[in-house]
Design a protein around this ligand. Structure first.
Ligand code: DC
Length: 225
């Protein structure tokens, strides 16, 4: 089989717990591509706001500070990193405080504009799997492969609670449904299925099966070029 194009961009969107991160990292490492977790960038920005005492529910205050914080993401799918102003925040951005504040920060247009610029700079000439909420629609509308992952809310909550070290599944489900509502209803770049995206409901599949499906889509792109 011939290799997929070196400039390929694989956009993977969907709500939390749909399997985006594991799928994206698996696809990137299988195909030898870089990996970008845009959710981690929104979390990093949120961490910065909390760290500097910015009221995350005050949109004007968040907008005023949106240009601050030097956010650098490492793109190895086997060991992704995220550093803000020289501090490794990989663990800190998964805290409850950040998870509870990331949606209101993400609705602020100035935040999205700043991160869009950073995301496009990382994507550069491609060769990357990018996961998020608006990758196929806004960040990389020309991506050769667009995937929209979903899963039943109960399955999503069970996965997320397990990732978080066994937190309460019912509470996790409520928290992710609340974030879905904000992420899907915001005016700028809402969570939606992009034109041309392939919808995969991951509920009934293993991770390897989902990775196989996305890899097959990437290989099909090459076949028609
Ligand atoms: O994927 P995640 O749960 O780590 O993302 C955290 C939040 O970041 C999510 O609730 C909404 C926001 N986000 C976004 O608005 N756009 C993206 N492309 C990625 C994430």
């Amino acid at each position: 089989m011939s290799p997929i194009p070196a400039d390929v961009v694989i956009a993977i969107d969907g709500p939390s717990g749909s399997g985006k991160s594991s799928t994206s990292r698996g696809v990137a490492s299988r195909l030898g591509l870089r990996y970008l977790d845009t959710g981690a960038m929104f979390r990093a920005m949120t961490w910065w706001m909390l760290e500097h005492g910015v009221d995350v529910h005050d949109q004007a205050a968040v907008a005023e500070h949106a240009g601050k914080g030097d956010i650098v993401s490492g793109n190895d799918p086997l060991a992704p990193t995220i550093v803000v102003d020289g501090t490794d925040v990989a663990e800190a951005i998964r805290s409850e405080a950040v998870t509870g504040s990331v949606s209101p920060v993400s609705v602020v247009p100035a935040v999205r504009t700043r991160l869009l610029e950073l995301q496009r700079a990382v994507i550069g000439a491609g060769g990357i799997v990018v996961e998020g909420r608006d990758i196929g629609s806004v960040v990389a509308p020309d991506a050769q492969v667009k995937v929209y992952l979903t899963a039943d809310p109960a399955a999503r909550a069970a996965r997320r609670a397990a990732e978080e070290g066994g937190s309460d599944v019912a509470a996790t489900e409520q928290s992710l449904l609340a974030r879905d509502r904000i992420d899907s209803s915001r005016a700028t770049a809402p969570l939606l299925m992009a034109d041309g995206a392939h919808h995969i409901d991951t509920t009934a599949y293993t991770l390897e099966e989902v990775i196989d499906q996305v890899v097959a889509l990437a290989e099909a792109v090459e076949a028609v070029q």
